[in-house]
Design a protein around this ligand. Structure first.
Ligand code: ADP
Ligand code: DAR
Length: 446
């Protein structure tokens, strides 16, 4: 079937006419047919329909394939596509409505509705979960209606958008409750910062990392012209931040250490109303899809609300695998300390946020985050107890087998190994106990 689809696809693309475009379209369409059998989790590849493609005029065919470049060039993609124009979700509705339904688990005709109004008197205070203040962040992606989306902007358009936003930031900077400054990384921009300053802001999670290192964004065209047209506005107190020129034209966010999950959410709503009211700014919005974003995963609210939380027991093996296994059924995503596609922190700190963005109300994202955290904290505590139980069982087995003096020697060896930075696991202890210890550990471990 794949071979037949590939041939039919190549014929269809070639029939699309045009010069090199037909060749590249033919190869894209053939590649999509080839990937379909091997990459079941690539939603764009699985949603691409040859009959629909053939029904489009050549220019539309090229436009649709442009949206799928990231998924074609990176088969391991989960979504595999990005909109290139604010109108693409309607322009290619037969494709995007199906891709959205698959990713977000909603009906193909689903319509998004926003609502930021938290229930009166509700506070999502993590101190009720036995936690102290956590680093919290709520961000929304927004795009200006009068520019192409980042995947199809020219350098001139990226620089023009930055200039338009620089003027908008002057309004914020003039307001005492905001103040702050804009920091550009566009060479020659009057507010251009040094490499060192850029690195510092990235390290503080205030500025976004180098997009030209992200293969998905590069393939989509979103990282093109890096670093032109990119920068960040930071309020005087550092808690209100607006990225310019990342995956969306704007990423508008509030960040703070707090025990109340809704703290950054509420502040963001107020600030967003101010930004929405700045003259000359008109945001891409669809009556069906809500706030228009580059990636279909962010469509609707464009919101990701996250906390950084240390999960030393669930990440005891140095990976986020167990944390992800707990979080997935809770509707939570796990990212690394530096955000998407980065490792977990050395102390097991991970970035936890609800996965849902589309056909969910903003207020419900916050509720999901708090509910998910309460279950995640219980799982972390359970894992800690299990770890203790395992350690206790191993120790008891060793004592029974080896006697107290020998076990004390083993624990001393473990502590020495830990302080030396070695992996002081049971096998290190067993090594210290000699052959008999290894058997005792193995028995207990079982
Ligand atoms: P986005 O959230 O915009 O999709 P990323 O996941 O890549 O993008 O995160 C962007 C930056 O925001 C990263 O530096 C990440 O560490 C930081 N970040 C995300 N959530 C938090 C948080 N709760 N506290 C501090 N920094 C955060
Ligand atoms: N690599 C893309 C990421 C999709 C979700 N993350 C975003 N939009 N930053 C994929 O399709 O897997």
């Amino acid at each position: 079937l794949v071979a037949a689809e590939r041939d039919a696809a190549a014929a269809a693309a070639a029939a699309a006419g045009g010069g090199g475009g037909a060749g590249s379209m033919a190869s894209d369409v053939a590649k999509l047919a080839e990937l379909k059998g091997a990459w079941p989790n690539n939603i764009a590849v699985q949603t691409f329909d040859l009959a629909y493609f053939k029904s489009l005029q050549a220019g539309e065919q090229a436009g649709l394939l442009k949206c799928l470049q990231s998924g074609i060039q990176n088969p391991d993609s989960s979504m595999g596509c990005y909109a290139n124009q604010p109108s693409d979700y309607d322009r290619f509705k037969p494709f995007f409505s199906r891709a959205l339904a698959r990713y977000h688990g909603v009906g193909e005709g689903a319509r998004h509705e926003s609502d930021w109004s938290l229930p009166a008197g509700v506070s999502y205070d993590v101190s009720s979960l036995g936690l102290g203040a956590l680093s919290m962040r709520t961000r929304v992606g927004r795009n200006l209606a009068d520019f192409p989306l980042p995947a199809s902007m020219s350098r001139a358009e990226r620089v023009a958008l930055e200039a338009k936003m620089s003027a908008a930031f002057d309004v914020l900077i003039s307001m005492p409750e905001y103040g702050g400054a804009y920091h550009s990384i566009t060479p020659g921009h009057p507010s251009c910062i040094s490499e060192a300053e850029y690195g510092r802001l990235v390290g503080e999670h205030v500025m976004f990392k180098d997009m030209s290192a992200d293969p998905y964004l590069v393939s989509a065209g979103i990282a093109a012209d890096w670093p032109y047209g990119r920068g960040v506005y930071v309020s005087g107190d550092g808690g209100f931040i607006i990225w310019v020129g990342e995956e969306d034209h704007l990423r508008i966010m509030c960040m703070a250490r707090s025990t109340r999950v809704e703290s950054v959410f509420n502040r963001l709503k107020v600030a967003l109303d101010v930004v929405n009211g700045i003259p000359g700014l008109r945001f891409a919005f669809s009556p069906d899809y809500g706030n228009v974003t580059s990636c279909p995963t962010n469509l609707g609210t464009g919101m990701r609300s996250s906390v950084h939380i240390a999960l030393p027991s669930l990440t005891r093996d140095g990976t986020d695998a167990r944390a992800k296994a707990v979080c997935r059924p809770l509707g939570l995503s796990v990212r690394g300390l530096g955000g998407e596609h980065t490792p977990i922190g050395p102390d097991g700190t991970v970035d936890i946020s609800p996965s849902a963005r589309f056909c969910i109300k903003e207020r419900d994202i916050i509720a999901k985050l708090f509910e998910g955290l309460s279950r995640l904290v219980a799982a972390e505590r359970g894992a800690a107890d299990t770890a203790d139980i395992a350690a206790t069982a191993i120790e008891a087995a060793m004592r029974g087998h080896l006697g107290r003096k020998k076990v004390d020697a083993i624990q001393a060896a473990q502590l020495a190994a830990q302080s030396a930075g070695a992996t002081a696991g049971a096998d290190a202890a067993a090594a210290a106990a000699g052959a008999g210890g290894a058997e005792a550990v193995a028995t207990a471990g079982a």
